[in-house]
Design a protein around this ligand. Sequence first.
Ligand code: AMP
Ligand code: MG
Length: 416
Amino acid sequence: MPTSPSAAQAARTTLTVDEALDRILTRITPLERTQIPLGEALGSVLAEDAIADRDIPPFRNSAMDGYAVRGVDVQQGGMRLRVIGAVAAGAMPEFTVGAGEAMRIMTGAPMPDGADTVVRVEDTDNAMDVVTITRATPPGLSVRRAGEDLRSGEVVVAHGTVLRPAEIGVLASIGRDRVTTIRRPNVAVLSTGDELVDISDDPGPGRIRDSNRHSLTAAVRALNCSPFELGIVRDDASDLRHALGNAAFGDLVLTSGGVSVGDHDHVKPVVDSMGAMDFWSIAIRPGRPLAFGELRTKRGNVPIFGLPGNPVSALLTFELFVRPALLKMAGHTKLHRPRVKAKLLDRIEKPTGLRMFARGVYDREDGTVRSTGPQGSGILRSMALATCLIDLPEAPASAEPGETVTVILTDLPEDH
Ligand code: AMP
Ligand code: MG
């Protein structure tokens, strides 16, 4: 029986998971730098060294509500000091604090000259004219030095940092209303298959709802990338060509379905006609057929992943191959999720010669992992129940209870 060209090529090109990932990452490069408002920068990678424009805090100020005093005056409890005024946050002190004097002061208010210590209001009788110190206070207590947080001229958030709320706060405190980041990838997502209907439509006989477009779009969004959906494309070469023409406006294209060697699998030949597609048979379960290539456009080549149609395979190959690629594109240097060793609690059967990624639930307290149950590539619940992937090597035909296995913690961000 004659073999189809794609089947022949598939037979030639069986890659390990690591080889496939290597090839992908070699071809992906970070996007260009772009200036964006700070309010949109959460999750982006900073593409500049952010430098403090002044000391933070800019002036000596009180860390407590209380009384600004001379430290020598409050070395013992019971001292009585004359209150010469008050200073609130945002105001400037009007007097210098002399010996035997105190100024009421609020948290964040500038320290008056002469004072070097703040006695907390709780350690006084809170009086207005003459205050009694009820507890001795060490000199210098509750005073924040100018520049104790950030020094003027210092790099306070370095190039390459992923911006979390804390970094956003630091950038705000140095007045950065715009920051230079690596541009966030725009990702085109489309589903292929004559059997698919939109989730708001009634499937009818022989049809199913298109779940991949939604899971993949969400996976893109969870990475701080911007998805744009191109809907369901029929198993028809010219429809697919048209859709990919639109998809190529993105920085990366994701299709699902139609990458096997069935009669209606058009992704590979169509992409070949618009660029170049490698069709890989990866020694993996689930997710064996995966296509990766590029669409030629006027702007340059746009990487495209043809993910398998089975819902588990689509999401799993996204996790293993697309996610690191998008992270690299977005300027991240940590591309891989944390891995730990765990004791397997139940038996998992697997095909010999294929690396298997079983969906599991990891128990951090006990250091154990169990499978989520049936592991078929259409059983999307196995993915929904999972907190981790159990990474089982190619060779054995099963993993047994009590064995130590490698677990990928898919609930945690990349650590290497
Ligand atoms: P394919 O890779 O096109 O051969 O599809 C493999 C299996 O995945 C078939 O059972 C399809 O019906 C199913 N499938 C393909 N695309 C989707 C989708 N977008 N949502 C849900 N199931 C899908
Ligand atoms: Mg199909």
